[in-house]
Design a protein around this ligand. Structure first.
Ligand SMILES: C[S@@+](CC[C@H](N)C(=O)[O-])C[C@H]1O[C@@H](n2cnc3c(N)ncnc32)[C@H](O)[C@@H]1O
Length: 431
């Protein structure tokens, strides 16, 4: 007689049925104010749920949500009747009796109940979730939370870096656009340009959103500064236009850049204007946003990590430090202090105790240092110049206000460089 071979079941005969709950304004009861509540509450708050927390105690971050009015906290043990009016309950306390009572009440009242202590006794399971660009990813693997999280991470990562294509087939509701009225969902997508701050140069220092938009672009108009290495990764069909704003040298006129943005957007292309640092820190980003608005083209602005903070940080200089500098000021040094076009009050800056960060100031550092000393800054004030920060060519040169003009000449310091003036320089590692 043939033996029966027992095989492990490979699939759940009744897998969980996935659904997206629309909880805005609907009562959700959370039992227990510990770590599970801390992790789950932000998503429930984001969903707009009317949340009641029932728990004698709560973690400080959960208590802060109650203080901020994001949840209502009943500071006591769970009682029969607490689920009145609830649509959904999360049972996650360290009190087994409270968990059992709440779960039994949920069953009687037919309220979907998640249990952190006993998944088998729950009537609902929380998927591993992630979000990227309007897509919610929710993964259930049936009692294998690590596997769910791994699948979630892979999908979200792919959506974020653009390796997982998720083209829109309906126009998004404009949330982060500067112009353009709402479109009916069935309308084709209006032309859009993304002004993306690329960070200081290291390709890892662009934002997740910036990188995703870059991966979806048909046309990229790029500055000399910023993460140039990322341009190599673009597929061959992507048109890369060099805006080449080389300091004091050849420059594509801003109007020409504006025109190129408008022309390609009108041709239906996904256009990314990739800029160094942050688009709104000496980046002329607002001029481009205005030009696009005047042409009726919506524009998404993606912030970037400005060189003014990140480049000093890359050589170990903090722009603020407790007991040393309680402020930092970022100024443009592209015109000398005695130039009629200068909008900078150098006399006021000389009086400040905090850190001064000068961008575009290499060529004018002599007159700048002189003006600061004339207005009372100590000649011995430390100065650091960081050239090509966060790139392979990064270098740091140290001086004082008294010596910096000569040091820049002798060392051949060239733009782009961030100049840091103040006592915080002495905290760094000296290069
Ligand atoms: C036109 S401004 C643009 C600033 C940019 N929007 C930002 O937020 O960093 C250009 C100046 O930024 C500074 N800069 C930008 N990237 C830099 C880098 N990687 N290393 C040193 N300086 C940098 C230099 O002072 C350069 O002359």
């Amino acid at each position: 007689m043939a033996e029966h071979v027992q095989t492990a079941p490979t699939r759940d005969p009744h897998p969980a049925y996935p659904v997206g709950l629309r909880l805005a304004g609907r009562r959700v009861v959370v039992v227990g104010g510990g770590q599970v509540a801390q992790r789950r509450l932000p998503a429930l708050i984001a969903a707009g749920a009317d949340i009641v927390l029932v728990s004698p105690s709560a973690k400080p971050s959960v208590e802060a949500m109650a203080t901020a009015g994001e949840i209502r906290w009943e500071r006591r043990r769970y009682e029969e009747g607490d689920l009145d009016g609830a649509w959904y309950v999360l049972v996650a306390s360290s009190d087994p009796d409270a968990n059992r009572t709440a779960s039994a009440e949920a069953e009687r009242a037919r309220v979907w109940c998640v249990r952190s202590d006993d998944a088998e006794a729950a009537t609902a399971w929380t998927p591993a979730t992630g979000r990227s660009d309007g897509v919610t990813v929710a993964v259930l693997t049936g009692r294998d939370p690590r596997r769910s999280a791994a699948v979630r991470d892979a999908v979200v990562e792919g959506l974020r870096d653009g390796t997982l294509a998720a083209p829109r087939h309906r126009a998004p509701t404009p949330t982060n656009t500067r112009t353009g009225a709402g479109e009916a969902p069935e309308n084709p997508q209006p032309p859009t340009v993304a002004l993306v701050g690329g960070g200081p140069g290291d390709p890892d220092l662009i934002t997740v959103r910036g990188r995703r938009l870059l991966a979806q672009a048909d046309v990229v108009i790029a500055d000399r500064l910023g993460p140039r290495d990322l341009l190599d990764e673009l597929p061959p069909h992507v048109e890369v236009i060099d805006a080449a704003k080389i300091p004091y040298g050849r420059a594509m006129a801003q109007e020409a850049i504006n025109e190129a943005l408008i022309e390609h957007a009108r041709a239906g292309k996904a256009v990314v204007r990739l800029k160094g640092g942050d688009p709104f820190v000496f980046g002329r980003g607002m001029e481009e946003a205005h030009a696009l608005a005047a042409a009726g083209i919506a524009c998404t602005v993606v912030p970037g990590i400005s060189s003014s903070i990140s480049v000093p940080g890359a050589v170990g200089i903090p722009v603020t430090h407790r007991g040393v500098a309680h402020e930092f000021t970022v100024v443009s040094g592209h015109v000398a202090p005695d130039d009629a076009r200068s909008l900078v009050d150098w006399a006021a800056l000389a009086r400040l105790r905090g850190t001064l960060v000068v961008l575009m100031g290499v060529d004018k550092i002599g007159p700048i240092a002189r003006a600061l000393v004339e207005h009372g800054k100590a000649p011995g004030t430390p100065v650091a110049l960081i050239q090509e920060g966060t790139t392979a060519a990064q270098r740091r040169v140290d001086a004082t206000l008294a010596t910096v003009a000569e040091v820049v000449r002798a060392e051949g310091v060239r733009p782009p460089a961030v100049i840091v003036i103040g006592e915080v320089v002495a905290l760094g590692d000296g290069g």
